[in-house]
Ligand binder design. Structure first.
Ligand code: SF4
Length: 224
């Protein structure tokens, strides 16, 4: 009896797609923060970015960080103080509570530093797996795979994974994706998802990785 064929993509399948996307799109907001802002501001910016457009979040962050640049300054604020600043982004009331409480917990539990483990990060308000993985990647350069809706959708369209949720996608990618891509995959797929592989109406005809994409191949007209 022959062993079942391993259908998981090989390293080369990831290499050719991610190499082809490298340098094509501007960095995401968090990609631009990396190496420029302190870990605390990257953590707060990531919490604020959930379900908000990068452009709006970026503007809010630049105003917020001028007034509240450190955990001590933010912890001293009341959520009500922050609401006028956060109003341009989604879920601003909830996020105002999340970030003030997170600042307080950083002081109480971590001496004002941002922790570097997934468990400690996800214990903070407003920090789920995606936010925690973003902090690891963008604040600390620790290999992790932040999976948002773009990464989840595109990994499935490419045929790399067959998953129903971002959490499943993260696990499946962690088992298959060579570690050398972990720090960059999210920025590349988010850029590709905004510009070309959009949620509705992906532009497969102008996609630089269409030849390696299961979804793109399926949409190609059959030869006459
Ligand atoms: S071929 Fe289409 S579905 Fe596949 S990655 Fe490109 S835009 Fe997305």
């Amino acid at each position: 009896m022959t062993a079942p064929r391993d259908r998981r993509p090989r390293a080369a399948a990831f290499d050719r797609v991610l190499d082809a996307l490298a340098g094509r799109y501007p960095p995401t907001m968090l990609g631009a923060f990396a190496g420029r802002l302190p870990a605390f501001q990257i953590l707060i910016g990531t919490i604020l970015s959930a379900r908000s457009r990068d452009e709006a979040t970026d503007k809010v962050c630049s105003v917020l960080f001028k007034q509240y640049p450190t955990p001590a300054r933010l912890a001293a604020a009341r959520p009500a103080d922050l609401i006028p600043l956060l109003r341009p982004i989604g879920f601003y009331r909830q996020k105002a509570s999340f970030i003030t409480e997170t600042a307080r917990l950083l002081l109480a539990r971590h001496g004002g530093e941002v922790p570097r483990t997934l468990d400690e990060l996800t214990a903070l308000p407003g920090v789920g797996r995606k936010v925690a993985n973003c902090v690891l990647v963008y604040a600390f350069g620790v290999p992790a795979i932040p999976v948002d809706t773009h990464v989840h959708r595109i990994a499935n369209r490419l045929g790399w994974v067959r998953t129903r949720t971002p959490e499943e996608t993260e696990r499946a990618l962690a088992a298959r994706l060579p570690r050398r891509h972990w720090l960059t995959i999210t920025d590349l797929l988010v850029g590709h998802g905004k510009a070309v592989c959009r949620p509705l109406g992906p532009r497969c005809g102008e996609c630089p990785v269409a030849r390696w994409c299961a979804h793109g191949r399926a949409r190609r007209p059959a030869p006459a």
